[in-house]
Design a protein around this ligand. Structure first.
Ligand code: GDP
Ligand code: MG
Length: 277
């Protein structure tokens, strides 16, 4: 039997950790001790080989070129021997920024969105501007705080919602909407950068309340998880001795819905493919 394609639409702007997660995930799949494992030969691994080589040397990898887009095909199987072909992309996150800013979609992205079977949205909360606005405070308390440098553009939170609206609209033009949208996991990346965080859903609701509401009102069932693909910050130039000694597969964790940490970086994918545990 030919295994079904599971094309994951990986959505994340620049610098949220897409490439490092891809490299670490690939290592975990090959290591075969998580809920998912590699089952056959993966194709087109080049984009992740550079990341994995840097991690083996205890260093952080370079930024993905803006225009690059690669897809790897990873044959995977879960503990219950359910097979799937995971199509995992890597690309310059500026492409997502352009979709939001220009409200125009290149043909290739149109195809990717309509063909996707699950959505994984990566958000790095530390990079999100959460200035006070009319959605977080009453207008009266904002009075006098508007300066000349006031940025009249969309807030980062509104931009994320705008992006989701585009995805939903495009997907719905080609798919039967009555069955609901593709399953969604929101992954809060670089979790190790946060000061005493709570559960992932609580962090999302307190930092991006409007976005959290948008997700809750459009998906009957979605999941918010935390991710630290590296477990800690790595430098581009100074190698981390622990990484070299123990291997990068010993680092990184997922924060589950209830706040517990799991070293199984394949969990978010399994959650998308197979639903709640
Ligand atoms: N602290 C920390 N930094 C990370 C983690 N994952 C990635 N980074 C850093 O975040 C930056 C962007 O990562 P990258 O994977 O290139 O992001 P991309 O542009 O979305 O592909 C790099 O400097 C990484 O070293 C993590 O789990 N923790
Ligand atoms: Mg990248």
């Amino acid at each position: 039997m030919v295994p079904p394609d599971k094309s994951i639409l990986l959505i994340g702007e620049s610098d949220v950790g897409k490439s490092h997660y891809g490299g670490q995930l690939l290592k975990r799949l090959m290591q075969e001790d998580g809920q998912l494992r590699m089952d056959g030969a993966a194709t087109n691994l080049e984009p992740f080989q550079a990341v994995m080589a840097c991690l083996d040397a205890g260093r952080s990898a370079d930024h993905t070129p803006t225009t690059a887009y690669h897809e790897s095909r990873w044959p995977i199987v879960d503990n219950e021997e359910q097979e799937a072909d995971l199509i995992w992309p890597d690309y310059g996150g500026e492409q997502i920024k352009n979709i939001i800013d220009d409200r125009q979609l290149p043909q290739v992205w149109l195809h990717r969105i309509t063909q996707s079977s699950a959505w994984l949205m990566l958000i790095r909360l530390q990079k999100i501007r959460t200035d006070d606005d009319v959605f977080s405070r009453p207008l009266t308390s904002l009075k006098g705080r508007v300066t000349k440098s006031w940025d009249s553009g969309l807030s980062d939170q509104a931009r994320l919602i705008e992006l989701m609206q585009v995805l939903i609209y495009i997907w719905s033009t080609a798919n039967e909407r009555s069955g609901g949208f593709p399953p969604l996991v929101v992954l809060l990346t670089c979790w190790d950068e946060m000061d005493s965080p709570g559960k992932p859903i609580d962090e999302l609701c307190s930092r991006l309340p409007m976005f959290a509401d948008f997700v809750a009102s459009n998906w009957e069932e979605s999941s918010v998880l935390g991710l630290s693909a590296l477990g800690q910050a790595l430098d581009k130039n100074t190698p981390n001795k622990d990484y070299i000694a123990k291997g990068s597969e010993q680092f990184g964790y997922v924060v589950l819905e209830d706040g517990r940490h799991s070293p199984d970086l394949t969990y978010p994918i399994r959650r998308l493919i197979a639903g709640p545990p």
